[in-house]
Ligand binder design. Structure first.
Ligand SMILES: [Zn+2]
Length: 263
């Protein structure tokens, strides 16, 4: 079959499926010389190549690998450029990949993050410096959102309470690593202590406070390593109390209590 010229592309017939080409659905690849097209439509040609590839998949994979190693720099550069030029295409592809298998996608993203952490953080820092307005807005939105997310509210409150009680000695450590329970366990426990006539929303809207049944002030600790820190913050010493009662209670102690000596 002779090669066709561009003028004829609309009437060109695929030699495999017989579809008349030139349309988006059934285009033809251009040969190296300008204005000359292949005899098979794109769809048929891709299918043919794939079948050929699969026929001898082991060998072909090795060949591809070898080709990649020889030209890896060039290929990477090309991919980078492609990504920059078609951000939407790549974004859509990532979204599709995520939807198809979120677990694998997240795992890969994690590995990628740890591998390139410093580079990513540097990029973020630069971006933050160049677009301060964008980040101001982002912070505002996320703060607004956090106000109504019970988990975030709880996390922030326990964080603040603990920070205030330890000041510098918290040393940037996460509260979870200091107490031996996590956010879920804490929220499950606190929900059991909601006073009559209240519900979890009252905690989110600050009508209920986190209260230490035995007040913080009577425990003898300045560091998380001290024995009393664990006693003060263990789950059974925490409850929810209406804000008014909590403020009235202050640091009053109901029964007898023996604080530990510092370690
Ligand atoms: Zn075809």
């Amino acid at each position: 079959m002779p090669l066709f010229f561009q003028d004829n592309i609309a009437n060109k017939k695929c030699s495999i499926c017989g579809e008349i080409g030139g349309t988006d659905k059934c285009g033809f690849y251009i040969r190296e010389k300008p204005n000359k097209y292949r005899n098979e439509c794109k769809i048929c040609l891709n299918r043919k190549c794939l079948l050929n590839y699969r026929k001898n998949i082991k060998n072909n994979r090795l060949k591809l690998k070898a080709y990649y190693h020889q030209n890896s720099e060039e290929i990477k550069e090309k991919q980078k450029l492609n990504r920059l030029n078609n951000p939407k295409k790549y974004r859509d592809r990532d979204v599709q990949r995520y939807k198809k298998d979120p677990k694998t996608y997240k795992e890969r993203a994690k590995i990628h993050y740890h591998k390139n952490r410093e580079c990513i953080l540097l990029g973020q820092k630069k971006d933050r410096k160049e677009n301060p307005e964008k980040y101001k807005l982002k912070n505002k939105l996320s703060n607004e959102k956090a106000k109504h997310d019970p988990k975030k509210v709880l996390n922030r409150r326990i964080h603040t309470l603990m920070y205030l009680s330890l000041k510098k000695n918290k040393g940037g450590r996460k509260w979870k690593t200091l107490v031996g329970y996590d956010l879920d366990q804490l929220s499950k426990h606190l929900k059991k202590t909601i006073p009559n006539g209240y519900d979890w929303n009252d905690f989110v809207s600050a009508k209920l406070h986190i209260d230490h049944i035995i007040p913080r002030s009577v425990f003898n600790y300045t560091k998380p390593e001290h024995a009393d820190f664990k006693r003060c913050w263990e789950l059974k010493n925490l409850q929810l109390l209406p804000a008014k009662e909590n403020l009235l209670k202050g640091a009053k102690l109901a029964g007898h209590f023996q604080p530990s000596l510092l370690i």
